[in-house]
Structure formats: C-alpha cells, structure tokens
Design a protein around this ligand. Structure first.
Ligand code: LLP
Length: 429
C-alpha cells in the first residue's frame, strides 16, 4: 500500500494536493511519502522479527535506491542501518546521523581512498568482493592501526532479477568471489593484520519477485557457512543482500499487502534455521519504490497520422529506468478522470534529443491536454538517484510529504549552479 490517492478530484500525496506542489515547487519534481517509507520499512522489519530469532536480523537500507537526506533521516529514526557503495554514500549516511556501526560498504571497485575513509570512520562491515580488495583493505587498515571487520561477498552463480542489467548473482556477472575461492581466502585473511573476516554476503539481483531464486542462493550460502565453520573459520554474519521486487503495474485500488515480504521472511527463517549467525539485509527498492512519484507537466501534444505524442517536462535524465531497462511505470493523471472520459493511446516522451527519451508507447490514458499534470508512479527507487544533467537540464527537485505538510528536500538546481560548476581552462585568458 502507498499513500498516493485521489481526494476531492485530485491526486494527493498523503494530505497534500499534488497541484499545490507543482504550483509552488515547479515540475518535474519527485514527491516522496514518509508514511509509505515508514510503512514498508516496518513491514519488512516486523516480518523478519517474526521469522528469525530475536535480535538476529539487521536491516541496512540500500542508499543507492534513494539517497535523499530526508529519506535517510526518516529511516535512521526507525533504527535502520545503511548499505553504501561509495565514499559519497558513506559520507551521506554519516551526514544523516547514521552511526558508523550501522553502515555497511559494498561494491566491486572500492578505491584505496574510499577504503581508508570507511575504516577511519569505523564502519560496521566492508563487503569484500575480490582477493585484490582483501589485500588492499588489510594494507590500508593496518596502516591506520586498525583491524576492519569484513565479510566476503560470494557469487552464488544464481542470477535473477527484473532485467539482465540488474542481475548480479550469475557467475557471468562481475560481483563477488567464487564459491571455490572463499575457503582459501579465509585462510589467507586469518594471517592478515588489517582485517577480521566475520562471515559472508550475497546479493543476486534486483526486482526479484520469485522467492525460489532467493531460496536457491541462500541455501547454497547456508551450506557454505556450514562447510567453512567445519574448517574452523569464523562465520558469525551472513548478509543476504537486497533485491526483493515490488509491483509496478498495480491497478489504483490494489492493496500490495505484505504477502511477498512475509513469504520472503518465512523462507529466510526456514533456510537459516539453527545457523546461529547475525543476518544482514540490504533492501532498497522495497522500502522506497512505491513511496515516490515523479510529477510532470504536459508541455505539448503532437498528433501524428499514426500516433499521438505526449511531450512532458520530465525526461530520461530525470527518470532513466524506462530508457535503460524498458521499465514500466504506471501513469496517473493528477486530475481524477471523469467517469466515461475518452481514452487515448499516447507515446509519452521527454524533451531530450534522442528517441530513447521515451517513457512508454501506446499507453492508454484518459485524454490529456497541454498543462495537465501526470505522475509516474513507483518512482521512489532509482529515480532521482540516477538523474543527471544531460542536455544541460537542471537536476530535478525533490519534495517530502508528511501528513499535511511538505518540505523541499532538494531544491531544483539553479542555472548558476549548473553552469558555474564548470571551469574554463586558463588558456582562454
Ligand atoms: N545490495 C547490493 C549489493 C546491491 O547491489 C543492490 C542493488 C542492493 C543491495 C539493493 O537492491 P534492491 O533491494 O533495491 O533491489 N537501477 C536499477 C536497480 C539496480 C540495483 C543495483 N543493486 C533499477 O532501476 O531497477
């Protein structure tokens, strides 16, 4: 369930009319519902609480899905930890007041500088993805007189996910060390001064709605934990990654319900039963996906003999998912369509100078006109966080709603900021 609904003929985010946000902040703009974020975080946490032994489940929200400070603060207040993938993300988690002992640092290509920053900050865990990174981490943290707690991210050779570009767990993908290597690496790490290996991590992909895929990967991990323990290695933590998918194609009245979340938690409880490890989770999309929309205005209608183009003021630089993954987003008009209003099939496109700047083709919507507002639904995850200034367009604004109030949590970039970020070479005088 989310908190975007029609009230008095117009779409609201919680208690705030989207017409008001568009008028006061302009478009395009992302609008987030804090109640929806809180709801999904709590659903996930409570499902885990029911399914695994008390105190054993630790949730690290994957900031890459949406790194807005307002979002991080909202989750931090609920006790969430954060999964990060760059120094920028570690810094932002700290800036949001997340304690370092609740920060995990993942990613295949951490630089020496990034590792140094994270170790100095005293973060909870670094997820090591290669032997080379193991060597570098030990060197860096030993030079700081520290011994960093870390886990090995293992590639389970089970790929899953909504699109080839977001599958990560296949051996064809760049992520993690192989099953065959991990015992040897454990052995090596035991003699390294700067690192203490605490266990394992796995993440197989994103937008996964089949519990079976997770179960296959997690079962392999549980077997590996047993084997490593049998060899005398310390395996106290098992980080199960993120990736649980959400419905993008929901009819307006549909209540998501906690079904998939509970099925996932139940499976985790069953597969890890008796393992006696701390379990980590890194959900991103599940927490923020349907807590956000991208609000945009119709700039022009361009009727052609064969189709009707609807040109809106948001573009692929603001929401790249349709162009990049052929992703589907529901489109809801802000003005509630009258019963019996005519339907039109639109190609909804942005102003950017390439044909890929297409949100959808042949989408049947109730007839729209210039100046109307529409919302791309389920845009809270990997929306603003993947936005850019392509075509010298301003970085999109972000707004957070709480009940009847809203706050601009990222003002739209100004042209001074956009152009002023460049530096002219001295030879231009
Ligand atoms: N942990 C790790 C190690 C990850 O690589 C990811 C996502 C997550 C957690 C969070 O996954 P989630 O729960 O959000 O599925 N930009 C793509 C999704 C890329 C996901 C990358 N890794 C999209 O818009 O669909």
């Amino acid at each position: 369930m989310h908190h975007f609904a029609y009230r008095d003929g117009s779409l609201h985010a919680e208690g705030v009319d989207l017409n008001r946000i568009a008028a006061e902040v302009g478009t395009p703009v992302y609008v987030y519902s804090s109640a929806t974020i809180e709801r999904h975080y709590k659903l996930f946490e409570q499902a885990l609480k029911k399914a695994v032994p008390a105190g054993k489940a630790h949730v690290f929200y994957a900031m890459k899905a949406n790194g807005n400070l307002g979002v991080l603060k909202t989750l931090g207040a609920l006790g969430a930890g954060i999964d990060t993938v760059s120094e920028g993300e570690v810094r932002k988690a700290l800036a949001a007041g997340i304690p370092p002992e609740k920060i995990v640092f993942s990613g295949v290509g951490k630089s020496e500088q990034e590792l140094r920053f994270a170790v100095e900050a005293g973060i909870y865990q670094i997820n090591i993805e290669s032997e080379s990174e193991l060597d570098l981490l030990s060197k860096v943290s030993a030079s700081l007189g520290k011994r960093q707690e870390a886990v090995f991210r293992v590639n389970p050779d089970i790929g899953a996910g909504g699109h080839a570009k977001i599958t990560t767990g296949s051996s064809e993908n760049k992520f993690g060390v192989s099953f065959e290597e991990v015992g040897r690496l454990y052995g090596r790490a035991a003699n390294m001064p700067g690192v203490r290996i605490m266990g394992l991590a796995v993440h197989i992909g994103s937008q996964i709605r089949e519990i079976d895929a997770f179960e296959a990967a997690y079962s392999k991990m549980v077997a590996l934990v047993g084997a490593l323990k049998g060899e005398g290695h310390r395996v106290e933590r098992l980080d199960l990654g993120g990736g649980l998918g959400i419905p993008y194609d929901i009819p307006k009245s549909f209540d998501y319900g906690p079904g998939l979340i509970e099925a996932y938690a139940e499976m985790v409880g069953r597969v890890t039963k008796g393992l006696d490890v701390e379990l980590g989770f890194e959900p991103g999309r599940l927490i923020v996906g349907n807590a956000g929309i991208l609000l945009t205005r119709v700039l022009h209608l361009n009727p052609r003999p064969t189709k009707q183009f609807l040109i809106v003021d948001a573009a692929m630089n603001d929401l790249v998912r349709p162009a990049m993954y052929e992703a589907y987003h529901e489109i809801w008009p802000v003005a509630e369509p009258a019963i019996g209003a005519p339907d039109v099939a639109y190609d909804v496109v942005g102003p950017i100078c390439e044909s890929g700047d297409t949100f959808t083709t042949g989408r049947v919507l109730s007839a729209l006109k210039q100046g109307d507002l529409i919302a791309f639904m389920t845009a809270g995850a990997y929306g603003a966080s993947m936005s850019s200034t392509y075509n010298q367009r301003l970085l999109v604004a972000e707004v957070m709603v709480k009940g009847d109030q809203y706050a601009v949590t990222r003002p739209r970039q100004s042209y001074e900021e956009l152009i002023g970020a460049d530096r002219l070479p001295a030879w231009f005088g």
